[in-house]
Design a protein around this ligand. Structure first.
Ligand code: ZN
Length: 289
């Protein structure tokens, strides 16, 4: 597995960064969700951001969820990641197809349209932290940049990219998040802004063979890599978890399933796995209640 991300600092700690190569992760998502090129790009950008933002968590059990609810044909995208960059996602409409933009890029912005971006951080407390901002462009990277500025008051530069090949497979995918610490100097900010304006694109760089590390060096110069983390598409569903969900729907519901003599098929939307429970198994579950 090639997919990985790095996190670290630059400019003597005035800047922190996250950068990822997520080609195989996004390709796996494409195969699971059978996405059109536009939807592969939209879901892939969200998965890439999710993987990086997941690692911002402090403790092993922290979970971050990014959610877009929008009026464009995509309708919604949900992505969940943990601190180890295990990421999974769901796209409501997997088959959106729109004309390419004038610059020949997939028109993710029109596929998403207007709506809300939510960032939900489950830190194991009673209530999760929820930050919400209105979508600006629907291109996802810009929307996250605004989210960080408005909701977390952190000046941030987010770049995300997915390049889809002619056969619809993922040719390149990745991104970076660069954040300024409160004590970052004007000189540092100016230097980074200049480099960012000269930066061509994440997908061009990754497609040309650049690693996340090389990508960050070209923007930030000397960098200190603190951690390298493998990124993967991973769903943590299991028969046991599904069984717990089934138990939580209650005795009455299960009894009515049994009386209808129908076995139950529960589907995981993140990984497309089916969990089938026979009448006998339902009766067993009923005994546990
Ligand atoms: Zn699953």
């Amino acid at each position: 597995m090639n997919d990985h991300m790095i996190r670290g600092t630059a400019f003597n700690g005035e800047v922190r960064f996250f950068a990822a190569d997520t080609k195989e992760t996004v390709e796996e998502a494409r195969q699971i969700h059978n996405t059109s090129p536009l939807c592969t790009a939209a879901l892939g950008r969200m998965l890439t951001a999710g993987a990086m933002m997941g690692t911002m968590g402090k403790s092993e059990s922290d979970i971050v969820t990014l959610k877009i609810d929008c009026d464009g044909p995509v309708k919604s995208i949900t992505v969940t990641a943990d601190v180890n960059a295990n990421v999974k996602g769901i796209i409501y409409n997997n088959n959106v197809d729109l004309p390419l933009r004038a610059d020949k890029h997939l028109d993710v912005g029109s596929g998403i349209g207007k709506g809300m971006l939510s960032v939900i951080k489950d830190l194991g407390l009673k209530d999760p932290y929820v930050g919400q901002t209105a979508l600006r462009t629907g291109e996802i990277a810009e929307d996250l940049t605004y989210y960080f500025a408005e909701s977390e008051q952190i000046p941030t530069s987010v770049a995300l990219g997915v390049l889809v090949d002619r056969d619809r497979s993922v040719k390149a995918a990745g991104g970076f998040i660069i954040q300024l610490m409160p004590f970052a100097s004007e000189e540092t900010i100016t230097a980074i802004e200049k480099k960012l304006s000269e930066f061509d694109s994440v997908t061009n760089r990754l497609d040309a063979g650049d690693t996340p590390e090389l990508m960050m060096k070209s923007v930030l110069g000397d960098i200190e890599v603190e951690e390298k983390i493998p990124v993967r598409y991973h769903c943590n569903c299991s028969r046991d978890r599904v069984k717990k969900a089934l138990i939580s729907i209650g005795r009455k519901e299960i009894e009515s399933m049994i009386s209808e003599e129908k076995s139950v098929n529960l589907h995981c939307d993140f990984c497309n796995k089916d969990y089938k429970f026979t009448i006998d198994e339902l009766k067993e579950i009923l005994k546990m209640l």
